[in-house]
Write a protein that binds this ligand. Structure first.
Ligand code: SF4
Length: 313
């Protein structure tokens, strides 16, 4: 079988794209640049998204009291003792909304990261309502010199769900941000969550064709996880019948079904989310790590003899 993504994995893997583009393994280094979030600081709301607990995915070396350079240096050390060594890194502005600040402040933070000799580009996590033409035009300029990816928390294509999550933006804003970013040929990533309260399996599957029509470069999938000390935890404890928490085997077949419908030109960066076990209310997928689950998904794709985009119309 010859796939349009020119390698033999059964999905269009972002890691393979990076290896082809950069010629070697690239590691992302998380950065907490001290930005806030409009859904927390009162610009949009103060409550935040009902599932949000940034502490759950903030590596220990990330702290806004440290300079960007210090976080990069400590991040390189952190990864060197845990994983295969990389020589090139992307600075991942991950915590909160990393375009929610005046443009001049963004320039200072982003350019400090790019001045580090090990950094070859930026991945900027943000909300769809936190970009404008000036910010995107600036990122366009940067993208002519290095790799720039803007990652939007889309989470759901349904406004009824976004309201329930207290996201503070709607899907139309997500579409506008994706299109404005992609029009500038900036790498455009999105996040999507499966298992959100009130969404049926059919609605989740329908998201594949909705998103396939958009100029999305990369997608990250997350299974809904109930994280401690969130409003979602309180909702779950009060009305557990409103939730469908995926079991691992069920999720593997679900995500493969979804990928069969997905546009094969969209790269997949991850299939599952992972937070430390101490943050879990429902146990997640046990102690299995993301890489182990990925192996299971690829093995199951082989067993089913299927691939991303197989049923894409
Ligand atoms: S937009 Fe992101 S940082 Fe802000 S409350 Fe929601 S999940 Fe948390």
């Amino acid at each position: 079988m010859s796939y349009s993504w020119h390698h033999q994995r059964r999905f269009n893997a972002f890691t393979n794209f990076c290896q082809q583009k950069f010629g070697e393994r690239i590691q992302k280094l998380s950065i907490n640049a001290g930005f806030t979030c409009p859904n927390r600081d009162g610009t949009v709301s103060t409550g935040g998204c009902i599932y949000c607990n940034n502490a759950a995915f903030n590596p220990s070396y990330c702290s806004p009291e440290k300079s960007i350079t210090q976080q990069i240096n400590e991040g390189i050390e952190f990864h060197a003792v845990r994983y295969r060594r990389a020589d090139k890194y992307l600075a991942y502005f991950q915590s909160y909304s990393n375009t929610h600040a005046p443009l001049e402040l963004l320039k200072i933070k982003f350019e400090e990261a790019l001045q580090h000799p090990a950094i070859i580009g930026l991945v900027i996590g943000t909300r769809p309502d936190c970009v404008d033409n000036d910010k995107l035009d600036y990122l366009l300029q940067l993208s002519r010199k290095c790799f720039i990816s803007v990652e939007y928390g889309v989470e759901s294509c349904y406004n009824k769900t976004l309201e329930k999550l207290n996201r503070g933006h709607n899907f139309e804003q997500s579409v506008a941000a994706i299109e404005a970013t992609a029009q500038r040929k900036i790498h455009t990533g999105i996040h999507l969550i499966f298992g959100l309260p009130g969404e049926s399996r059919e609605e989740m599957m329908q998201e594949a064709s909705i998103l396939s029509k958009l100029p999305v470069s990369t997608i990250k999938f997350h299974q809904l996880q109930i994280i401690k000390n969130t409003s979602l935890e309180a909702m779950f404890r009060t009305k557990p019948e409103q939730f469908h928490i995926f079991k691992l085997d069920e999720y593997i077949d679900f995500i493969i079904d979804f990928c069969e419908l997905l546009n094969p030109s969209i790269m997949i960066e991850r299939f599952t989310a992972e937070v430390p076990p101490a943050f879990h209310v429902t146990g997640g997928f046990g102690l299995l790590r993301t890489d182990q689950i990925l192996q299971k998904i690829e093995k199951r794709m082989e067993e089913r003899n299927t691939w991303q985009g197989r049923s894409y119309l």
